[in-house]
Design a protein around this ligand. Structure first.
Ligand code: COA
Length: 428
């Protein structure tokens, strides 16, 4: 959708009501010099006030300030369904003639509490001319630091509500005369429904249309207006391309959204959790659009060929099959990889065991060799010592011979005795 405002063709609803749908980006509109007027003879600021009042009255848990901020937020588009001034005038006049003089009493102009924006706003859409409706006691937060737009919104609010109250009083008085003047019909009487949406790109890259607020004025409910807005949001040639429509559904409206094909499946909607807001009593619901989404395609004259549907199904099936095959191939190859790795591990273990036993053998061999070597050295040392001992005996004998030549036979007999015995009996 281009620009800050788009007017669509008028639509007719059950009960012979017709409305003009307009899509407005309030943020851009208020920044545009010489911005076009949304409704003839009505200030754009008052249209905004009436829209916030309708949404705040229908969704009282959110609070007027949050509603105002949502409607004003950059990127937010607001769908407004408004009736023609003349149609509303005719409607009021018709009701006056039906009721005659049996009118509900008009409340006198009371001093309204300045800090109760919600009370002020609900007064506009209490539908008290026909019925008693929701009256919330919610008070707005009285913070000192407020954004300029909220201040600007509040600045003219009392005047706007006073004007609406005057018009209501006028209507009540004029109804008694059976004639209602055009000045007794204001913007608050023209607006039948409003909805806020935004196109957002998720962190996954998916484009999402987020429906934040939706309300149909109580007296116009069950006429198909809510359904029309849902159809509009499903028409991508008007609202823009998206992969999924996500709604913050008030718990009382879950049935309505299910009726329009949205699901509250928590597993599916978990992927949109980054869109979750802090508003109470609301859950995320989503709608996955069909392959053809244009309004022209939705024309009953147009019939989508079965062949096309089958082809789309084939494409979807082959894509799913391909994804499955890829996964199975990957897992199978991983299994084979594990088997091969295990085999390699077993082989390595065997190799390690073999090397360990060889090491043991080598250790034993080395031990034997060392033992043998020790024995050999011991034996050599012993022989050496024996040789040294016998050499020294011979030397002594020769020396004694030289000194006492006659005692040789006696000395020889004595020398046959070893000087002392070893444990093995050998003389040392
Ligand atoms: C929910 C809402 C927008 C529906 O608008 P509407 O113009 O009445 O809806 P429609 O007339 O197109 O309804 C179409 C069908 O949806 C179903 N439906 C409507 N409102 C429903 C609800 N509150 N719960 C369950 N089903 C609902 C009905 O089957 C209805 O068909 P019927 O009128 O023949 O019974 C309106 O009731 C509303 O403004 N509610 C208060 C605010 C709200 O809850 N907003 C939604 C969350 S942000």
């Amino acid at each position: 959708m281009e620009g800050c405002m788009v007017r669509l063709h008028s639509v007719h609803f059950r009960g012979a009501f017709s409305a003009q749908p307009i899509i407005v980006n309030f943020h851009e509109l208020f920044q545009t010099r010489d911005a076009p007027t949304i409704l003839p003879t009505v200030k754009n600021e008052d249209v905004l006030r009436a829209v916030v009042a309708l949404l705040d009255t229908s969704l009282p848990e959110i609070g007027p300030r949050d509603v105002h901020e949502t409607v004003h937020y950059p990127g937010i588009h607001t769908i407004i369904l408004s009736q023609d001034h003349a149609d509303v005038l005719e409607d009021y006049s018709g009701r006056a003639s039906q009721k005659g003089t049996n009118l509900s009493p008009v409340p006198c102009k009371a001093k309204v509490e300045a800090d109760s924006t919600h009370k002020l706003l609900t007064e506009l859409y209490s539908d008290s001319e026909e019925s008693t409706e929701e009256t919330s006691e919610e008070m707005i937060a009285t913070e000192t630091s407020v954004s300029w737009s909220w201040e600007q919104f509040c600045e003219g609010l009392q005047e706007f509500v006073d004007g609406a109250r005057d018009r209501k009083e006028k209507r009540a008085v004029q109804q008694e005369d059976g004639k209602i003047l055009p000045s007794a019909v204001g913007v608050e009487s023209l607006i039948m429904a409003a909805a806020c949406y935004e196109l957002k790109i998720l962190s996954t890259g998916d484009m999402v249309l987020q429906l934040s607020l939706l309300a149909v004025r109580k007296r116009y409910r069950h006429l198909g207006i809510g359904s029309y807005i849902m159809e509009l949001l499903k028409t991508q040639s008007i609202v823009g391309k998206y992969d999924t429509l996500v709604a913050h559904a008030d718990t009382d409206a879950i049935g309505f959204f299910k009726f329009h094909g949205l699901t509250d499946d928590p597993l599916l909607n978990d992927q949109f959790k980054e869109l979750k807001d802090d508003w109470t009593n609301s859950i995320l619901m989503s709608y996955l659009p069909p392959f053809t989404t244009d309004l022209e395609m939705r024309n009953p004259v147009f019939s989508l060929s079965l062949r096309e549907v089958e082809m789309n199904m084939d494409v979807a099936r082959s894509q799913a099959l391909f994804a499955y095959q890829q996964q199975v191939m990957c897992v199978t190859r991983l299994l084979e990889e594990v088997k091969i790795l295990r085999k390699q591990l077993d082989l390595k273990r065997e190799e390690v065991d073999r090397l360990n036993s060889k090491l043991e053998q080598e250790k034993r061999k080395r031990h034997d060799i060392e033992n043998k070597f020790l024995m050999y050295r011991l034996k050599n040392t012993k022989e050496l010592l024996d040789n040294i001992a016998s050499d020294s005996d011979d030397q002594g004998l020769i020396e004694r011979e030289h000194a006492n030549p006659g005692t040789q036979g006696q000395e020889t007999a004595q020398s046959e005795e070893p000087p002392f015995q070893t444990t093995e009996g050998a003389g040392v």
